[in-house]
Design a protein around this ligand. Structure first.
Ligand SMILES: [Zn+2]
Length: 288
């Protein structure tokens, strides 16, 4: 499952090909909703959480969620013509082909591709209406986003929900996936299975603020590996340069204790933590 920063990085590649341009060719496999027309103007390419959004004129928005295996591709120098289209079309995993005078944008294997009509009407519902704020924002913009995430967390969830689940809930805040929830909790020494009602607002604010920083940094400095740590020599070959994520049984980078892992929780996704840095609180009350 991609984290929000992955989609922001994809947007940086896709936008120059599409934004402000006219659609020359459109092909979609498994599209739900109205089909964009050749000749339509592309007003913007946006991100909200894990969704890439392509706004056409006429209030039509194309929404793509990459799921576990989807990806965007912008072949450098590709020029749309029948031969180019036929060549890419032969790949059975191709889901989207969008061409403008600026080039070609392709999407492979995405499970969710649909269109909806956006509107400025306040009660107009779209597939994104219930999503929390996008956490992938610069430091200067983070405070109101974090405050809204904390407000939603308090308002939406029963307090007995686990913080590890709450961080993945895209209706609380959009953009955190499996990597960042483990990393953020380790950064603040929080046991992943702490009920939300045992955490004060200051702690929740700190967790979401760290998530914003990590998402933003990785979206602006995309490298071969996402990092939540400074690069560490001798760690080449791992997918992610992390404190705890995907480091089951490896020594904690802070205290050396072997990292633990669990698939408990509402989403049955792997959570990683250090049993010493993020100990289960003795008194049942967790604080930062
Ligand atoms: Zn530790």
């Amino acid at each position: 499952m991609p984290e929000g920063d992955t989609i922001h990085v994809a947007r940086q590649r896709v936008a120059p090909v599409l934004e402000g341009r006219t659609l020359d060719r459109f092909w979609a496999g498994k599209l739900r909703g109205r089909r964009p027309r050749v000749g339509q103007h592309i007003e913007a390419v946006r991100v909200h959480g894990k969704h890439l959004l392509i706004d056409f004129d006429g209030e039509l928005t194309l929404q793509v969620h990459l799921g576990m295996v989807g990806r965007w591709s912008v072949p450098s120098g590709a020029v749309d013509d029948d031969e180019t289209f036929a060549r890419y079309r032969r790949n059975p995993r191709l889901r989207l082909y969008l061409a403008t005078a600026g080039g070609v944008a392709l999407c492979y294997a995405a499970p969710t591709i649909q269109t909806f009509l956006r509107s400025d009407e306040p009660d107009h519902l779209t597939p994104l209406s219930n999503l929390g704020p996008d956490l992938c924002v610069a430091d200067a913009d983070a405070a109101p986003v974090v405050a809204e995430a904390v407000r939603r967390l308090r308002a939406r969830l029963p307090g007995s929900d686990l913080i590890a689940d709450a961080l993945l809930d895209q209706e609380v805040a959009a953009g955190i996936g499996n990597v960042y929830r483990s990393e953020v909790l380790h950064r603040h020494g929080i046991w992943p299975f702490t009920p939300v009602n045992r955490l004060d607002d200051e702690t929740l604010t700190a967790l979401f603020t760290t998530a914003c920083r990590q998402l933003w940094r990785n979206s602006r400095q995309p490298g071969p590996r996402r990092t939540t740590t400074a690069p560490i020599a001798g760690d080449a070959g791992r997918t992610d340069n992390t404190f705890v994520y995907h480091r089951y049984r490896a020594p904690c980078r802070r205290c050396g204790t072997p990292i633990d892992r669990s698939y408990e929780g509402r989403y049955a996704r792997s959570a990683y933590w250090c049993p010493r840095c993020q100990a289960e609180p003795d008194d049942g009350v967790a604080t930062r």
